[in-house]
Design a protein. Structure first.
Length: 416
């Protein structure tokens, strides 16, 4: 199991890209935790957490399709570097505002818009680069390692943020994030990929995006995964946004509690990312995907009414593992089914689904939590998600099997 999970690391380009992204993820989580604590501590209004999520994710409506087209047209490495350079600038602006005591909740949201746009624009390039860096049978493991590095950052980032906040201020967390983006810019100068056929059509970018949408809708393995991630995003993903509210206002654990909960989710996500690919090889990718979604619904409900920090942290470990198992399974379905020529554009639609429905769900749940409390809102979200998954399984069982890695061998892939 372990050898299968780590096999992609034998490729130098992948290892270099992954390690630089890990440093960037650590910086991102330092900023995310520090900014969440800043907003909740200064406003005591969970609605601002929802608005920050909207500001960070909704720009993907434009950024993600644009990024997909650009990544198919031009060098994916250079596109990633360009966007990380801009993100370094926005993180630097956030740091300066905080260190000079000019940071406000609205300003944080404005800067999040710019950073979110560039993040979504480069995401499709990074994801579509993975199959060019590893062997085809290592794609699931590569996607899982990508999730693992992000969630290792979720563990290390909050810990470093806690230390930084103890001896300094949020501004230094934002400055560290700016430096982490520069690391990516430098590292990707040394990432090499095989020559590929780039899109050289005279079609406008909007027309190219439409072509990608048409192909994604026609290929059910892509379409079902894009729909699936939207369902997860609107019901389950908002628990991430509400972590500071749960820690500070419900569990009364303050900054330390926030970092513990974020870290707990990261621990679970790393465990899931490193173990689930091996489990998928022994059973099937679809078994792991369906199991992860079922566990996610149950644990989200238990987390909603966890009595104290210990039980909340344990619940988030399991929730983190099942959450990354779900997103990895859906992402891999798109990776394996999307034609190479349209891969970036189709992956941009995947992140678009996540980026549209997550902020909508986060804003709605944050607003409801402000009036009714985090616990009941989280419980209703978990129950709603469970009902949707059950309805899919009962009324459209083919939804799952159409995401098999080899559509011509559906029966065998489920039975293996």
């Amino acid at each position: 199991m372990a050898s299968a999970s780590f096999a992609p690391l034998r490729h130098r380009g992948f290892a270099l890209a992954l390690s630089s992204n890990f440093i960037s993820s650590t910086g991102t989580w330092m900023q995310s935790v520090a900014l969440g604590i800043f907003l909740q501590s200064t406003t005591h209004n969970s609605l601002w957490l929802g608005l920050l999520t909207v500001a960070a994710w909704l720009p993907a409506v434009i950024g993600s399709p644009l990024g997909g087209v650009m990544a198919d047209r031009y060098s994916r490495q250079r596109w990633i570097q360009f966007n990380n350079l801009i993100q370094a600038g926005t993180a630097s602006a956030l740091a300066v505002a905080a260190l000079t005591h000019h940071l406000s909740a609205p300003l944080a949201c404005y800067l999040a818009i710019a950073e979110g746009f560039c993040s979504s624009a480069s995401w499709a390039a990074w994801q579509s680069l993975l199959p060019d860096l590893v062997e085809k049978d290592e794609v699931l493991a590569a996607v899982s390692l990508g999730s693992a590095q992000f969630n290792l950052g979720r563990i290390l980032g909050p810990a470093l943020a806690a230390i930084t906040l103890l001896v300094g201020s949020p501004g230094w967390c934002f400055a560290a994030n700016a430096v982490s983006f520069i690391v990516v810019v430098v590292a990707f100068s040394f990432v090499r990929t095989p020559a590929r056929v780039r899109v050289t059509t005279k079609l406008a970018m909007v027309a190219e995006t439409r072509v990608g949408m048409h192909v994604a809708w026609r290929i059910r393995g892509c379409r079902n995964a894009i729909i699936g991630v939207g369902i997860v995003a609107i019901f389950i993903s908002p628990f991430i946004t509400l972590v500071p509210a749960m820690a500070i206002d419900v569990l009364h654990s303050g900054k330390v509690g926030t970092t513990w909960l974020v870290t707990a989710q990261g621990v679970g996500a790393v465990i899931g990312a490193l173990t689930l690919p091996g489990l998928a090889r022994r059973t099937s990718r679809l078994v792991v995907l369906r199991g992860s979604m079922a566990v996610m619904a149950v644990i989200e409900g238990l987390y909603a009414y966890s009595p104290n920090m210990v039980w909340s942290s344990l619940a988030l470990v399991v929730l983190g593992g099942s959450y990354v198992g779900t997103l990895t399974g859906l992402n891999t379905s798109v990776q394996l089914h999307a034609p190479a020529k349209e891969r970036s554009r189709i992956l941009s639609l995947y992140v678009l689904s996540l980026s549209v429905f997550y902020p909508i769900g986060a804003l709605v749940q944050a607003a409801l939590a402000h009036h009714f409390g985090v616990r009941p809102v989280s419980l209703v979200a978990a129950l709603s998600f469970g009902l949707v998954v059950a309805a899919l399984s009962f009324f459209r069982p083919q939804y799952w099997h159409q995401m098999a890695s080899d559509p011509s061998q559906l029966v065998r892939s489920v039975a293996d």
